[in-house]
Design a protein around this ligand. Structure first.
Ligand code: KG4
Ligand code: ZN
Length: 337
């Protein structure tokens, strides 16, 4: 079965052709980083206008590089939420138009389900049940994954997402956007042990996350650091970046450990933009030796159409599809706690 997957949930316009729910024949992503760079974050109105310009060329390129055409597509899977409503509507209405005019069925997909199932694009995927941690610019959630379409939310962020914290701290440090990549680069030259920022573990057994206090702690420290010449001689900008990154990684490792206490599994998969972070990958592999870790390759960690096609495939084979009344949803939980 050949599925065209489309994702326009935030600032990337993406389309992919995926065969039988696991083989990405093409995966095209048009990034808007340059456009939003001057603002230090995504400007929703600019993002939706850019999606409008790019959706047709991106889908054409996905078809072309898979050496196929719309007549050979069995179904379309498109993200309907959560995300920026203007951005989501571009992908959804494009998918509806193709579905209606070509008679191809389509299905609306939850973006987070796409991130969880992105690991099935890799040769080696976990068996059920497994723990999934999705860490991106908009979301930080831990799930127990029982089967395709069966998810139990174990914990989520109470305020900022992990990627959002990276982006905001990058802004405080005067770095570019997206902040995660910039902080990772700078941290390589820094000593993470020169400053001890808070580790927001919350209550003893909590599987929730909270990054806004950590961000405030960095902000207060940077204010002091800018005023104090002696402190600036002792501690560099890269030390601050490294200390912040280490704090986020410590929290992530602790939350995974806690989730392993309540889920009977030895498989953990980590996805979403922050999962591209090499320091995080290294430390997880070094410190969680008792389990098997799964990471999608970086192009499937950040937003992409291929993961949406995977999620769509598993619904289509169960006979599910959407109708033309399907709407986009800016908030769209896949599972309650
Ligand atoms: O999954 P994604 O592409 O989009 C969302 O659904 O949000 O994630 C983007 C987020 C941004 O906040 C970005 O700063 C973060 O992922 N990110 C990273 C790295 N690469 C991207 N964070 C930490 N380290 C990285 N190497
Ligand atoms: Zn995402």
């Amino acid at each position: 079965m050949i599925v065209l997957g489309i994702d326009t949930s935030c600032d990337d316009t993406s389309a992919a052709i995926v065969k039988d729910g696991h083989e990405a024949i093409s995966n095209i992503v048009h990034s808007q980083i340059e456009l939003h760079h001057p603002y230090g974050g995504v400007v929703p109105e600019l993002a939706s206008r850019e999606h409008l310009k790019n959706i047709i060329p991106v889908v054409k390129e996905a078809l072309l590089s898979a050496n196929t055409s719309l007549d050979k597509i069995d179904a379309i899977a498109v993200t309907i939420g959560p995300g920026l409503i203007g951005s989501l509507l571009v992908g959804l209405y494009y998918a509806k138009a193709i579905s209606y005019t070509r008679g191809i069925k389509f299905i609306g997909i939850n973006h987070l389900e796409g991130h969880i199932l992105s690991i099935f694009l890799e040769k080696e995927a976990p068996s059920f049940p497994f723990i999934a941690l999705t860490i991106s610019g908009g979301h930080t959630s831990l799930y127990k994954v029982l089967d395709f379409g069966e998810y139990m939310l174990l914990g989520h962020t109470l305020d900022d997402a992990a990627g959002e914290a990276f982006d905001k701290v990058a802004k405080i440090l005067g770095l570019g956007y997206p902040g995660g990549i910039e902080i990772e680069k700078l941290s390589k030259r820094g000593n993470p042990n020169k400053i001890k920022f808070p580790r927001p573990y919350l209550s003893k057994e909590s599987l929730d996350f909270s990054f806004s206090g950590l961000k405030t702690a960095v902000s207060l420290f940077v204010k002091k650091w800018k005023r104090d010449k002696i402190l600036r001689n002792e501690i560099s900008l890269s030390d601050i970046a490294a200390a912040f990154q280490e704090s986020v990684i410590d929290v992530i490792i602790e939350k995974i450990r806690r989730s392993l206490n309540i889920v009977d599994t030895k498989s953990v998969m980590v996805a979403g933009g922050v999962a591209c972070n090499n320091r995080l990958r290294e430390r997880l592999k070094r410190e969680l030796t008792e389990i098997k870790l799964y990471f999608p390759r970086p192009e499937f960690c950040t937003d992409n159409g291929a993961m949406i096609a995977v999620a769509g495939y598993h619904k289509f084979i169960k006979g599910e599809s959407s109708d033309l009344y399907t709407d986009a949803r800016s908030r769209f939980p896949i599972a309650e706690i």
